[in-house]
Design a binder for this molecule. Structure first.
Ligand code: NAP
Length: 279
């Protein structure tokens, strides 16, 4: 392996500590409300982890567990109550929602100033016009890892694999704002390998186990692997790690790369939202 390992666990731990220190200096406890509808096992684990990490950082987190048969109207009423609750600075609705509820209607009902996931169209718009305060957590985590690794972005070619609203598109917007020259590739891209080979910085967010091979990577490139895929009994990224690490200049592992950053950035967004509302 020639690449430097970008240790997301370490960067995330430092960020969580920094949030805890800043939170301790406030005359109030920032509040985070996590809403979970139904009993999706993966979502339950995520929500428990968010709750625990938030409380450890001095954030008053609570989880509202609603039954799977909750109506859209009832969920919207819950959101309205949280919007009006002065103790709540951040609202996160765990996705996916049951099929009978329109996720879009729910996301749009959240007060944009409390939208710590950064998914509300107002925050999406602000991200693109460069005035965002609340940026989606995983893309924010990607940018923090690049900063931690000392990666210069200005004038560099960045290739983002994937164009989802929660990862690919916001990562591309953030890299553009940081003066990289950005290409967004996706399932209809003609020659994915050729696009990747042009990248100084490659961010993979496709959800296909080890799609990106070592010979897709330019020598010395920085590789950020957002993918989390189950391969047999292992968790792997979208990048074939061993092959890529033999060519890249720096690379994130899976697990232990981008993954831990997501919750740490959620905590920071909650603090940001609290300070913006309450000073
Ligand atoms: P998504 O909504 O399924 O989007 C996947 C994107 O990849 C789409 O734009 C799709 O193209 C593209 N794609 C799929 N197969 C492709 C292929 N064979 N070649 C080229 N492009 C392809 O997924 P997502 O929510 O962005 O998540 C991506 C990955 O990141 C998943 O593994 C997910 O588990 C992981 N993830 C991790 C975190 C974290 O905390 N670390 C957070 C969120 C997601 P089209 O648009 O053309 O369909």
């Amino acid at each position: 392996m020639t690449a430097t390992l970008i240790d997301g666990k370490q960067v995330a731990a430092a960020l969580r500590e920094s949030v805890a220190v800043r939170t301790a200096g406030l005359p109030y406890r920032p509040g985070l409300a996590v809403v979970l509808v139904g009993e999706d096992p993966a979502s339950s684990v995520y929500v428990r982890n968010k709750d625990r990490a938030a409380n450890a950082a001095g954030i008053a987190a609570r989880t509202l567990r609603l039954p799977a048969e909750t109506t859209e109207a009832a969920l919207l009423a819950t959101i309205a109550a949280l919007n009006a609750d002065a103790e709540v600075d951040g609202i996160l609705v765990q996705l996916p929602l049951p099929a009978h509820i329109r996720s879009r209607a729910v996301i749009e009902a959240i007060d944009p100033d409390k939208d710590v996931d950064g998914f509300h169209p107002i925050n999406v718009g602000r991200l693109y016009d460069g005035t965002a305060a609340l940026v989606p957590c995983t893309p924010l985590g990607v940018m923090k890892l690049l900063a931690h690794a000392g990666v210069a972005l200005r004038g560099k070619r960045a290739v983002v694999l994937g164009r989802s609203a929660i990862v690919g598109k916001p990562v591309a917007a953030l890299l553009t704002a940081a003066d990289a020259t950005v290409t967004v590739a996706h399932s209809r891209t003609a020659d994915l390998a050729a696009e990747c080979r042009r990248a100084d910085i490659l961010v993979a967010a496709v959800g296909r186990a080890e799609l990106v091979r070592g010979d897709w990577i330019a020598p010395g490139a920085v590789v950020i692997d957002v993918g989390i895929n189950r391969l047999g009994d292992r968790l792997v990224g979208d990048v074939a790690f061993d092959e890529a690490a033999a060519v890249a200049g720096a690379i994130t592992p899976v697990p232990g790369g981008v993954g831990p950053m997501t919750i740490a950035c959620l905590l920071e967004n909650t603090l940001t939202a609290a300070v913006a509302r309450r000073g």
